[in-house]
Design a binder for this molecule. Structure first.
Ligand SMILES: [Mn+2]
Length: 202
């Protein structure tokens, strides 16, 4: 499960097995929005599909986990794997835009994602959902996924759900905004020479 890095594509893959989960994940920053998602958490498959599509990433995930307990470990560990591959794929971060702030509406819901590809892991999250469940999915796991993604990718990630009435819509807006914001922040700005930091390193 790998993408072709020979043509300069920024991509990485990981295979991670613990007593709780067994995950294979391949991620390409410079993709076309294609995903192949085989996890035991259907709602997360739906969200990752949106993330890849709206971020123009390629994403393959095969994940088996101890969902007989609950979805927690599987969702958390996919977040960890995605964060690690994002960090690896970006390498020295030369030429990237680094920052992005994106609002995405989904009908009545509005989400905002603000990113700094900073090498300084930080996560802020403001979201209050009307429902604690979407189908069998616990909405508290959105926090778990994004938090671990930010830590492992070593990015500053602020996620704000401004309002909404339908929990499915609200979370969908988050994942679409995350895709679009990461797409923009990882994008190459031809005016940037080297790393976009006065410190000279990110
Ligand atoms: Mn949906």
């Amino acid at each position: 499960m790998e993408f072709n890095q020979a043509n300069g594509e920024r991509s990485a893959s990981i295979s991670r097995k613990t007593n709780e989960t067994d995950i294979k994940l391949a991620f390409s920053v410079d993709g076309t929005g294609v995903s192949e998602l085989e996890t035991d958490v259907p709602f997360l498959n739906h969200m990752l599909d949106l993330f890849a599509k709206h971020g123009q990433f390629d994403l393959k995930v095969q994940a088996r986990g101890d969902i007989e307990i609950d979805d927690h470990h599987t969702v958390e560990d996919i977040g960890i794997c995605l964060g690690q591959t994002l960090r690896e794929a970006l390498g020295d971060k030369k030429g990237i835009k680094r920052y992005a702030s994106v609002f995405v509406p989904m009908d009545e819901a509005l989400a905002q994602v603000v990113i700094d590809i900073s090498n300084r892991p930080h996560f802020e999250y403001r979201a209050e959902y009307p429902s604690s469940q979407v189908g069998s999915f616990s909405t508290e796991l959105v926090h778990e996924f994004l938090w671990k993604l930010a830590l492992e990718a070593r990015i500053t990630l602020h996620v704000i759900v401004h309002y909404g009435q339908n929990t499915h819509h609200m979370i969908e807006a988050v994942f679409k905004a995350l895709g679009r914001a990461l797409d923009e922040a990882t994008g190459i700005d031809p005016r940037v020479t080297g790393v976009p930091s006065t410190k000279g390193v990110l």
